[in-house]
Ligand binder design. Structure first.
Ligand code: PLP
Length: 237
């Protein structure tokens, strides 16, 4: 994972958030896009609830978390703020229904079984529709999570058949080593394939602290930005 960029070291939370917003706006402008098309999700994994309260006071409504236990604790602690929880981490089957209890958006659907479990979760059976993304693996390493690009369309079609899920689009993480631009180009291509089965699923969840400008250039709509805003993450709990 990336560390915060050197020139951000002097700034406080509000300053870093303002700087990231400025860079998002510059990247959107350079790509001929409007910032209104972009949703900023602040990734707050490993940070405690107090930091999320500070972010909420700065106008942040969308939080990204990657581990169920930690996310559920924060969802309880911040229930009064009623933020939008985005689950962005790899999801174990046995946790899928539990994540559906608080997450409004799940970015990491990479197999039909997960979608089926969410579709039969208590919250969905009580009438909530959960927004989701098909996660696409943009690396050669199957351990990174995500469906193979060639299987994304079939998974999207399956999700479209489930009443309790609304497919927003595709999600991807660029490889650590490679050029993010190429990975995001590939994700945009997969997005076009998926839209043949699911025409409304036009969103693209892509872009982290070190590559959000490239993601915006390739059509990202949901940016998942952590350390550039929060500062370095505390050591894993
Ligand atoms: C941690 C994480 C992010 C944010 O990473 P930063 O480099 O801190 O911006 C985004 N997406 C996923 C899936 C993550 O796990």
């Amino acid at each position: 994972m990336s560390l915060s960029l050197p020139h951000e070291g002097e700034r406080d939370l509000a300053g870093r958030l303002a700087l990231v917003r400025e860079r998002i706006s510059d990247a959107a402008h350079a790509a001929g896009r409007s910032v209104d098309e972009l949703t900023l999700i602040v990734v707050t994994k490993f940070h405690d609830a107090a930091l999320l309260r500070e972010l909420a006071a700065l106008g942040i409504r969308d939080f990204g978390e990657s581990r169920h236990q930690e996310a559920r604790e924060k969802a309880d602690a911040l229930a009064d703020l009623d933020p939008t929880w985005h689950f962005i981490g790899q999801l174990q089957s046995k946790k899928a229904r539990q994540v559906a209890a608080y997450a409004s958006v799940i970015h990491s659907i990479d197999r039909a079984q997960l979608a089926d479990l969410i579709n039969t979760s208590e919250r969905v059976e009580a009438g909530t529709v959960i927004d989701c993304f098909v996660q696409v693996n943009l690396t050669e390493d199957p351990a990174r999570g995500g469906v193979a690009p060639t299987d994304a369309q079939a998974l999207a079609a399956h999700i479209e058949s489930l009443p309790g899920l609304r497919l927003l689009g595709v999600m991807g993480v660029a490889p650590n080593d490679g050029e993010p631009q190429r990975a995001f180009e590939q994700l945009r291509q997969v997005s076009m394939d998926v839209r043949q089965s699911a025409p409304r699923a036009s969103a693209i969840s892509a872009g982290m602290s070190n590559d959000f400008a490239e993601a915006i250039a390739e059509g990202a709509t949901h940016l998942r930005i952590g350390s550039a805003i929060t500062g370095n993450r505390p050591l894993q709990r």
